[in-house]
Design a binder for this molecule. Structure first.
Ligand code: 5GP
Ligand code: MN
Length: 350
C-alpha cells in the first residue's frame, strides 16, 4: 500500500476543476529533462483520456533521447510557436505547472502564466515552492515529479484505467530523475510504484535502452574528449569537466549530447562532488551542472551561480564568460567548501 501524501482537499478541488473545465495547458521547466517531459506527457494523455483539450508547452527544446516518448511530437516548443502557445495559455481554464518550483524556471512563459486568468496547479518536488498557484502540491522528499504525479493520478482514481502509455511516461521520469534508481531512490514505496507500473505493461528494459543506448558515434567521441580534459582535485573530493564551443562544433554537438557527463566523475573513488561547465552556443554564458553524493549540498554552491536545485543535483549559469573563466571562478568558490567537502566525504566514504 502507498502512504497517502497529497492533501485530500487538493484532490477534491482538482476533481471539481476536471468537472468544470475543458482547456488544460501543461508547462514544465526550461531545458526539460526526462522527469519534466515524462510528467507532462503522462498528464497530457490522462487529460486526453478524459476528453479534455490538453496542450503541452515547453520553454525550449528537449533532448533527442526523449523524442520517442508517446506524444512528444505534439509538444509545443515556445520559441518556435510563441503566438500559438500564448493563445493556448491565455485561453486556458487550467494551467498545470510541473517539475519546477519558481516561475523564473520557465523563462518568458512566466509572464504569460502570471497574466493568465486560468486556475493554476503546481505539482513538483523542488524545495521552497513559489506561491503562485491555486493548488500547490509540493513534495521535495519525492524522487521525481513523475512519482508524485503517479500518486496524484491514483488519488484521482485513475490507476485501474491507467494506460501503458501513461505508465511508460511516468516510469521514464522516475528512472531518469534517479539516475536509473541509483540516487534519491531508497524509499521502498518507489519500488512498489515501479511494480504497479510494470503491471500496466511498461517495458522497463526497453525504456532504459531508448534513453541510454540511443547515442550517435560523435556523442561518444565528444564524451571521450571531455573526459580527457577532466580536472580532479583530490584534496576537495571534486572533479570538473568543461565543454567549449569549439569542441561542440568539432563533434556536431546537438542539445542533450552532454546529458549525464556530469555524473561520470562520481565513479572516481575519492570524488563526491562534480561540476560540468558547458559554454552555451546561443547566449554568452556557461551552464553549470553540479552533482554530489551524500550530504554535500550542491544546491548551496549553485546559488553562488544564480541557480539552485536539489541537494545532490543542481545547476546555475555564469554569464559573460567562457569555460576557462568559469573554471577559475568555480575553483575560487570551491575553496570556501573545502572543510565541508572533507567532512561530508568522511561521513559517507564510498
Ligand atoms: P542539470 O544539471 O541536469 O541541468 O540540472 C539539475 C537540476 O538542477 C535541475 O533538475 C534543476 O533542479 C536544477 N537547475 C539546473 N539549472 C538551474 C538553474 O539555472 N537555476 C535553478 N534554480 N536550478 C537549476
Ligand atoms: Mn524532476
Amino acid at each position: 500500500m502507498l502512504t497517502k501524501i497529497i492533501n485530500p482537499e487538493h484532490i477534491t478541488r482538482f476533481k471539481e476543476w476536471l468537472n468544470e473545465c475543458k482547456k488544460f495547458v501543461i508547462i514544465a521547466h526550461t531545458n526539460p529533462d526526462g522527469d519534466a517531459i515524462g510528467s507532462s506527457l503522462a498528464l497530457y494523455h490522462y487529460l486526453r483520456y478524459l476528453r479534455k483539450n490538453a496542450y503541452v508547452i515547453m520553454p525550449n527544446q528537449f533532448p533527442d533521447f526523449l523524442k520517442w516518448l508517446p506524444g512528444a511530437d505534439n509538444v509545443m516548443i515556445y520559441p518556435y510557436l510563441t503566438d500559438a502557445a500564448n493563445k493556448r495559455i491565455a485561453e486556458a481554464d487550467v494551467i498545470c505547472c510541473l517539475d519546477f518550483n519558481r516561475l523564473d524556471r520557465v523563462d518568458e512563459i512566466a509572464e504569460q502564466i502570471r497574466d493568465s486568468k486560468a486556475k493554476k496547479v503546481l505539482i513538483d518536488h523542488h524545495l521552497d515552492p513559489e506561491q503562485f498557484a491555486d493548488i500547490t502540491i509540493s513534495h521535495p522528499e519525492q524522487s521525481s515529479t513523475c512519482e508524485l504525479l503517479y500518486r496524484f493520478l491514483c488519488d484521482l482514481g485513475y490507476y485501474y484505467k491507467m494506460s501503458t502509455t501513461v505508465a511508460t511516461c511516468i516510469y521514464t521520469g522516475m528512472m531518469t530523475d534517479t539516475g536509473g534508481f541509483t540516487y534519491n531512490s531508497n524509499n521502498p514505496e518507489l519500488f512498489f510504484i515501479v511494480s504497479m507500473l510494470l503491471q500496466k505493461h511498461v517495458d522497463k528494459d526497453l525504456v532504459y535502452r531508448k534513453v541510454n543506448y540511443n547515442f550517435s558515434a560523435s556523442r561518444l567521441l565528444l564524451q571521450g574528449q571531455v573526459l580527457t580534459g577532466m580536472v580532479v582535485l583530490p584534496e576537495y573530493h571534486t572533479a570538473i569537466l568543461t565543454l567549449t564551443k569549439e569542441q561542440q562544433q568539432k563533434f556536431q554537438y546537438s542539445k542533450g549530447d552532454s546529458e549525464g557527463f556530469v555524473n561520470i566523475p562520481l565513479q572516481i573513488k575519492e570524488v563526491i562532488f562534480t561540476c560540468f561547465l558547458r559554454e552555451d552556443t546561443e547566449k554568452d554564458m556557461v551552464k553549470v551542472s553540479l552533482r554530489s553524493i551524500g550530504e554535500f549540498p550542491c544546491n548551496v554552491v549553485a546559488e553562488e551561480f544564480g541557480g539552485g536545485g536539489h541537494k545532490n543535483a543542481s545547476g546555475g549559469e555564469l554569464l559573460n564568460m567562457d569555460a576557462e573563466m568559469a573554471l577559475q571562478r568555480f575553483r575560487k568558490v570551491l575553496e570556501k567548501y573545502k572543510g565541508l567537502l572533507e567532512e561530508c566525504y568522511n561521513q559517507h566514504p564510498k
